[in-house]
Ligand binder design. Structure first.
Ligand code: CUA
Length: 173
């Protein structure tokens, strides 16, 4: 089969560009842990307060019997509930976000936490925050007049201090 040299050249260039993009996707996913949402989980956003999982008493951080940490937060115009949480550094934490009204987003700069929070769905992101410190939590989907003021923060404490605090609480009963 005859292929014109010029055509061959352009076909090669197109394939190289496609290969370049696939490489970037693989690096983002495997090295930086940035992935497209992989699961679809639905929830009735109008009845969150009546749901088992997202009732007010269950919000915030919970550690199960295997030591797995899950944080549940509700986004609503114009804030996140609870307003402030503390988590350990260098530890896998699973965040489960829901909205009580419109579409919000959540972004923690310099981490892999960036997702839309869509009414009717649970947005789940598992992350490990390496360095202790204060992290801003920012809404990154326009959600109304107060959008620019919709933010919160997370305190990340060193794993050592976290374990010390856990053990202290256990000893104190
Ligand atoms: Cu919530 Cu913008």
């Amino acid at each position: 089969m005859h292929i014109d040299p010029l055509e061959k050249k352009w076909a090669t260039i197109s394939l190289l560009i496609a290969g370049f993009f696939v490489t970037i996707l693989l690096i983002s996913s495997l090295v930086h842990n940035i992935d497209a949402p992989g699961q679809v989980e639905t929830i009735d956003s109008a009845r969150l307060h009546l749901s088992k999982e997202f009732a007010e008493d269950n919000l915030g951080l919970q550690t199960d019997s295997n030591g797995k940490i899950t944080v549940r937060l509700v986004a609503g115009r114009y804030g996140f509930v609870p307003k402030h949480i503390t988590i350990p550094a260098e530890t896998e934490v699973t965040f489960r976000w829901v909205t009580s009204d419109v579409i919000h987003g959540v972004h923690i700069p310099m981490t892999n936490m960036s997702t839309m929070i869509v009414p009717g769905y649970v947005a789940q992101v598992t992350t490990v925050l390496k360095r202790p410190g204060e992290y801003p939590v920012i809404c990154n989907e326009y959600c109304g007049m107060g959008h620019a003021h919709m933010w919160s923060n997370i305190t990340v404490v060193s794993k050592q201090n976290w374990l010390k605090k856990q053990n202290g609480e256990m000893n104190n009963g």
